[in-house]
Design a protein around this ligand. Structure first.
Ligand SMILES: *Cc1c(COP(=O)(O)O)cnc(C)c1O
Length: 402
């Protein structure tokens, strides 16, 4: 652990931690910049930077060459702006554009404009509320119009886009808004052969033409998240919005592993064994006695459970490495703990030794992809669901000796 690493107060007390390598974050942004050389990179840091820690990750992504930051919720945008502003003027790129794309009617949009947050509008009501906030604050709102090109989620459907554009053009003429962007989101970019991506690009291009015909000149046209950035150059436009790849994980491990993409997983989840003890063959383990030792053995207890975001569906399955050997969780995942059957020859494992649940996969340690595979989910969920009880320890770039 380098002296310069950020150590949250709890990390000395708590036996588990998520170590986040900020050099990996910066390097991964570099890989994404190279993948989309004509586009700017918006690092998506929603959901506490996919569980990695909002502000340290945002700073590392900016240091790696991201020039935009993206979040889903307004509260996240406000926290991000306040945190970056508090860094002071000497911090690199201290005041980047931040886009926030989710809010409900009645949200405090004036606060967003005062914090210099770019907002998304996908319906005329949103344009009206943003324009009202702009008039109330005397500011000109920077707005990105969202079109639903085939995700079926946010944004105006193509047949409703004309009304959205008309409302935005009127608000722009009045001076309350600057329509800086038009954007959409891809549904199937992680399946490189899927025909939906090409269709979404076509619809997006038609909607851009429609906005131009209405007199709008959006300078920031954006469509691609990680999979679009890495697999579909035709989706890059002016800006790409990668999230998962910033954290070093592949948006489609079945298509290309993170290593094949040149990405380095940033997070290592580890915990110190709080119990190591001998147990005879036939010892039942954990709630429901769903597992029973088959030999005289040693048991190790890892102080992480579903209260920390370890999926209970990983009962009997979740891979864990101790002293270079790989085990699986024995029996059910508890709220705070899981049990490992360390085997008869594991007397070299001692209480206090470190167990690694997932990391960058070097030295045979399990990965978030391994966890996702055994519980039937995606790597995104494995890292993002990690609970707030687990201290995050951020290792600065150039210091991998944590
Ligand atoms: C989450 C999100 C992203 C990032 O997606 P990844 O697949 O993690 O790269 C980009 N754009 C929008 C609108 C999102 O919601």
């Amino acid at each position: 652990m380098p002296e310069t690493a950020t150590r949250p107060a709890g990390v000395h007390v708590h036996p588990a931690r998520a170590v986040v390598d900020l050099g990996a974050i910066a390097d991964n942004v570099g890989v994404l910049r190279a993948a989309a050389p004509e586009a700017a990179v918006m690092a998506v840091v929603k959901a506490d930077a996919y569980g990695h820690g909002l502000l340290p990750v945002a700073r590392a992504a900016l240091a790696g060459g991201a020039t935009w930051l993206g979040v889903a919720q307004l509260a996240e945008a406000l926290e991000l702006r306040a945190g970056l502003d508090a860094d002071g003027a000497d911090a690199a790129a201290a005041h980047p554009p931040i886009l926030s794309w989710i809010f409900a009617p009645g949200a405090p949009l004036a606060r967003a404009l005062e914090a210099d947050i770019d907002l998304s509008a996908g319906a005329p009501w949103a344009v009206a509320e943003i324009a009202a906030a702009a008039r109330a604050t005397g500011r000109t709102a920077r707005v990105h119009l969202e079109v639903d090109t085939g995700m079926g989620r946010g944004g105006a459907r193509p047949e409703a886009f004309g009304a959205l554009v008309a409302a935005a053009a009127a608000a722009q003429a009045e001076g309350s808004m600057d329509v800086v962007g038009v954007w959409s989101h891809l549904a199937c970019a992680d399946e490189p052969e899927h025909p939906a991506t090409g269709r979404q690009v076509e619809v997006f291009t038609e909607m851009l033409d429609q906005a131009e015909r209405a007199g709008l000149r959006p300078r920031v046209r954006h469509l691609a998240a990680s999979a679009g950035t890495l697999f579909h150059p035709a989706t890059h436009f002016d800006l790409v919005r990668p999230g998962i790849a910033v954290y070093g994980l592949s948006p489609a491990p079945a298509v290309a592993s993170s290593a094949a993409l040149g990405l380095r997983p940033a997070m290592t989840l580890e915990a110190r064994l709080t119990v190591v003890k001998a147990a005879p063959a036939g010892t039942p383990l954990s709630y429901g006695h769903t597992a029973v030792t088959t030999t005289d053995t040693h048991l190790g207890v890892v102080p992480l459970g579903y209260g920390d975001g370890i999926p209970r569906a990983a009962s009997g399955l979740g891979p864990v490495a101790v002293a270079g050997r790989r085990y699986h969780i024995a029996g059910r995942v508890c709220m705070d703990q899981v049990i490992l059957d360390l085997g008869p020859e594991s007397t070299d494992v001692a209480v206090g030794d470190t167990a690694v649940l997932f990391g960058d996969g070097r030295d045979g340690t399990p990965t978030a992809d391994d966890w996702a595979a055994v519980v039937g989910t995606i790597n995104y969920e494995i890292v993002t669901r990690l609970g707030s009880r687990v201290p995050r320890v951020h290792v600065p770039a150039g210091r991998e000796d944590a």
